[in-house]
Design a protein around this ligand. Structure first.
Ligand code: COA
Length: 220
């Protein structure tokens, strides 16, 4: 999450290149709506800017992530950028909503870190009123299914600042494997922080979802 690609200050002058190749697959033309037990994940809309600004710019949410846009207009530019990146097949960002309500309360983002999306990184932020409610775990399972089964990711990485106890624990609960410490890898408020690198493989995730069959009963 900490090193996800969008930077508001870099995007304000960007104009979409008309020469970009748009490969025709379903998710590149529009993200599917994913329904869990508690959450519905859907494509971002410009109208999500206000609630995302209100919920994701608080001190406790933004403490360990790259600075989010600092205005509603900045979030609108981020959403426009996200839709363009999705259309060229390098990035997908879902709005998190609670079933029965359409307000965006957070985001999950997945970006390709090499051509073809075999290796990717994901990140997430949820409004703090919804922490500890199961919303994250429910949404994360949908995004992991989407990344591995729909996009075709083979290895999905995540970074969490070592001091981000909640973020580290949330990843561990999903079965992400802590692979190494990235020393002084994340600049936050003028200080370089250490991060933990986590990864999940498609086989890890599919194995964790596999149904557990009862042991066969031996008849002597
Ligand atoms: C990361 C985030 C999406 C997780 O959502 P969440 O609803 O808080 O996650 P969960 O409640 O499922 O899991 C958090 C776990 O951390 C634990 N936890 C809370 N504070 C902790 C701390 N200081 N140290 C260690 N674990 C902590 C919780 O008890 C919980 O574990 P449990 O279910 O075993 O009790 C959310 O906290 C968030 O948006 N944070 C701000 C953005 C951010 O930091 N994103 C990057 C994360 S790498």
């Amino acid at each position: 999450m900490e090193k996800m690609p969008y930077r508001d200050e870099l995007q304000q002058a960007v104009v979409l290149s008309t020469t970009q190749t748009v490969v025709s697959t379903d998710w590149r033309q529009g993200l599917p709506t994913l329904r869990g037990r508690q959450v519905v994940l859907r494509e971002l809309r410009a109208s999500d800017a206000a609630s995302l600004f209100a919920l994701l710019t608080t001190e406790e949410v933004a403490r360990f992530i790259s600075p989010p846009p600092s205005t509603v207009a900045g979030f609108e530019r981020f959403i426009e950028w996200a839709l363009r990146q999705r259309a060229v097949g390098t990035y997908a960002c879902f709005a998190v909503t609670v079933a029965g309500f359409d307000t965006a309360i957070g985001i999950f983002q997945v970006r390709s870190t090499e051509p073809g999306f075999a290796t990717a990184e994901w990140g997430f932020a949820i409004g703090s009123d919804f922490w500890g409610t199961g919303v994250f775990q429910d949404g994360a399972a949908l995004v992991l299914d989407f990344a591995f089964d729909t996009i075709g990711v083979h290895r999905l990485e995540a970074r969490a600042a070592v001091r981000n106890g909640r973020g580290n624990r949330a990843l561990q609960k999903l079965g992400a494997v802590q692979e190494c410490r990235l020393r002084r890898s994340f600049l936050k408020n003028g200080e370089y922080l250490d991060q933990m690198l986590y990864a999940m493989l498609d086989t890890d995730w599919r194995g964790s979802r596999a149904p557990v069959f009862a042991s066969p009963v031996r008849v002597h």
